[in-house]
Design a protein around this ligand. Structure first.
Ligand SMILES: Nc1ncnc2c1ncn2[C@@H]1O[C@H](COP(=O)(O)OP(=O)(O)O)[C@@H](O)[C@H]1O
Ligand SMILES: [Mg+2]
Length: 227
């Protein structure tokens, strides 16, 4: 489903060249649940941004569902992102003046789904996240765990095949973290591929494949399903 070969991402900072990703090879099959750990600055977010089509490699190849991403123009990239990829961030990134239903509806607004069907779908997704009583609450009227569940709802509302989460429990207390982890785990059991950057050993423990990064490289790739 996802295949990175010798991917590098360099940033020019002043007269320094930062090697945020340094010749990364990574193949991800559909339905996997992968955790990514590593010290700050090791390239985890850069890797997720490239996988999520928010950024492009400086060199190397990225094939997504068989297509060479380097050959897609910006509008085709946006189209792929919208159809196949959901993103979840540490700080939720919800729109403050929109309520829970409206936040979850946003990707469907961009995709041109009719008002009635997108409202129905957003409600259904929020109910499945245990937020049926919070539909018309704005982010500032929700707890951190509830906000992250709304954000996960927004990430999956278009039925993507993969969800990329960058420290999704980094701003949450342990109880809310467990709820969020349980939801992510359930989505994976339902067939979604899941990549989670985390410092949280609870997520690390549930993922069947654990990557460790350091200095822009994947230094460990441990798959508990392999013989
Ligand atoms: N937009 C950018 N411009 C310059 N340097 C960047 C940029 N994004 C990331 N970096 C650098 O790339 C390296 C990896 O960063 P990042 O992927 O954010 O690491 P992590 O998520 O593991 O903390 C760091 O040295 C960081 O400073
Ligand atoms: Mg990061």
């Amino acid at each position: 489903m996802i295949e990175l070969q010798q991917v590098c991402r360099h940033f020019q900072v002043g007269d320094q060249m930062v090697h945020a990703l340094d010749h990364v090879d990574l193949t991800i099959e559909s339905g996997e649940f992968i955790s990514i750990m590593g010290p700050s600055g090791s390239g985890k977010s850069t890797l997720l941004n490239i996988l999520g089509l928010l950024d492009r490699p400086t060199q190397g190849s990225y094939r997504l569902n068989g297509a060479d991403v380097a050959k897609l123009d910006d509008s085709m990239l946006a189209d792929q992102r919208q159809k196949h990829i959901g993103f979840v961030f540490q700080s939720f990134h919800l729109i403050p003046r929109l309520n829970a239903v409206e936040n979850v509806e946003l990707p469907m607004v961009l995709a041109g789904v009719s008002v009635a069907s997108r409202r129905k779908r957003a409600r259904q997704v929020l109910e499945s996240m245990g937020l049926g009583k919070r539909l018309d609450h704005r982010p500032d009227q929700l707890s951190g765990g509830e906000r992250q569940r709304v954000a996960i709802g927004r990430a999956i509302v278009m039925n993507p095949r993969v969800v990329l989460a960058d420290e999704p429990t980094g701003n949450l207390d342990s109880h809310s973290s467990s709820e969020v982890i349980e939801i992510l785990h359930r989505l994976n059991r339902d067939g979604l591929s899941l990549l989670v950057v985390t410092h949280d050993p609870e997520i690390g423990g549930q993922a069947h494949r654990r990557l460790a990064m350091r200095d822009g490289r994947i230094i460990r790739d441990a798959d508990s399903r392999s013989p």
